[in-house]
Design a protein around this ligand. Structure first.
Ligand code: AMP
Length: 421
């Protein structure tokens, strides 16, 4: 299967080639022709499967083919749960649309509304927005949605999780009824089905079997370790295994700041991304990580949702997330676009229950090990383990480890690839 057979225009194929993509991913192969036909789509797609191009490419084709009669009015609206994802999607629109004459804009909170108002006023073809900030613009009457003929809901389940349902309902009511609607979601709970029933017109369903592609593509493992020794273990792994860059997830904003400080003291250049930082500071942190100016980026879940970092090799769950879906999102930051990736979880005695829940959800026996010199001494109640009583470590698949890991993964299981040229 090649991109040439999907029905895309020469300008778009050129942009795709320039990105180095060789074959369409599963979601791209099914969603692009269906979207080009004009159908409403409900597609199950995790981040990391190429879903952004799956909706952006047919959208750009449709917009560039439309006659210019409408002038520069918002003709496509893309809603995303987070600011970072909005910025990234808009970035993709620019990338894939580089040989077309279209204008795009991302509007999201945490940054001045004035410049967004001016850009909207000058005319925009594609608007990417988080629901909250778009509502703001609607209330101020600084955006005109009356020409929107394509609506895309990206990471719809996340938007509902984040409480955006009322905002989405208000926004959709303001759109013309005749339009194409594409909905992308990692999961399809009842609430999404209801939303689709209300807003979509006989949607075609696309299941690629890549629901947990991130989880399958990433080499996952865990270390059993006491909470107070996690930082040392992290420094040890970064140093002895010579990791390039690592994205580290902590449960709290304070925990993230604290860890970054300690890693800096260990000589590892670090920065943080979390909800207490201004949008500007978050963008700066992300950019300095992307430019390789820092080695470790410490993040909380909300801030890191949807971010795309090219060729990120390691993700560490410094704290095990309470919610197994957060785990899938976290590890989906690595192993993207068919690249290799490793996700390592640090599991304290108190976190074993949560970790077992994650294993059940990803339906994988994530091997857990104990690093020599970092043997856990705590029980789940936090007390030191009595000598010789109880086996340390979590359920199943344990081994002891010293020195660098054997490479567990045989084939990469990748379904799409990018040329390195
Ligand atoms: P997404 O799931 O849209 O966040 O995309 C994940 C990553 O895959 C991004 O870094 C894309 O640049 C990359 N990507 C998307 N489509 C392809 C493709 N067909 N071949 C290789 N890489 C791709």
């Amino acid at each position: 299967m090649s991109f040439d057979s999907l029905g895309l225009s020469a300008e778009l194929l050129r942009a795709v080639r320039e990105q180095g993509y060789e074959t369409p991913s599963a979601i791209q192969a099914s969603a692009i022709p269906a979207a080009l036909k004009g159908a409403d789509l409900m597609a199950s797609a995790q981040t990391g499967t190429g879903k952004t191009a799956a909706f952006t490419l047919p959208l750009l084709q449709k917009l560039s083919a439309e006659t210019a009669g409408k002038g520069r009015r918002v003709r496509a609206l893309i809603l995303t749960p987070t600011r970072e994802l909005a910025a990234q999607v808009e970035d993709s629109i620019r990338t894939y649309g580089r040989h077309l004459n279209l204008r795009s804009l991302a509007v999201y909170g945490g940054t001045g509304i004035g410049p967004q108002m001016r850009r909207l006023n000058q005319g925009v073809d594609v608007l990417v927005a988080t629901p909250g900030r778009l509502m703001d613009h609607m209330e101020r009457r600084t955006v005109d949605l009356s020409s929107v003929d394509t609506l895309i809901l990206d990471e719809a389940d996340r938007m509902l999780d984040m409480g955006f349902l009322p905002a989405i309902e208000t926004i959709v009511k303001a759109l013309p009824k005749t339009r194409q609607t594409l909905l992308f979601s990692a999961t399809f709970p009842m609430a999404i089905e209801k939303l689709a029933g209300k807003f979509m017109n006989k949607p075609e369903r696309i299941e690629t079997g890549e629901r947990n592609a991130a989880a399958e593509q990433v080499d996952q493992s865990a270390y059993m370790v006491d909470t107070h020794r996690k930082r040392e273990l992290l420094t040890h792994l970064i140093g002895t295994e010579n990791w390039g860059q690592v994205l580290v997830f902590t449960r709290t904003k304070r925990g993230a700041d604290q860890l970054a400080k300690e890693l800096e003291r260990d000589g590892i250049r670090s920065t943080t991304i979390h909800g207490n930082k201004s949008q500007n500071a978050r963008t700066k942190a992300l950019n300095s990580f992307k430019r390789n100016n820092v080695r470790a980026l410490i993040a909380t879940d909300v801030a890191a949702r949807g971010i795309d970092i090219n060729r990120l090799s390691h993700v560490v769950n410094y704290d095990v997330p309470d919610n197994p879906e957060d785990y899938v999102h976290r590890i989906g930051r690595t192993g993207r676009g068919g690249e290799d990736g490793r996700a390592i979880s640090f599991v304290s005695a108190a976190e074993k229950g949560n970790f077992a829940g994650i294993r059940r959800m990803v339906r994988k026996d994530i091997p857990s090990e104990i690093m020599e010199g970092f043997e856990p001494k705590q029980t789940s109640a936090g007390a030191p383990r009595r000598n010789g009583r109880g086996r340390p470590g979590g359920p199943g698949g344990q081994g002891r480890r010293s020195g660098p890991p054997a490479h567990r993964r045989q084939g990469s299981g990748r379904s799409f690839s990018r040329s390195r040229a």
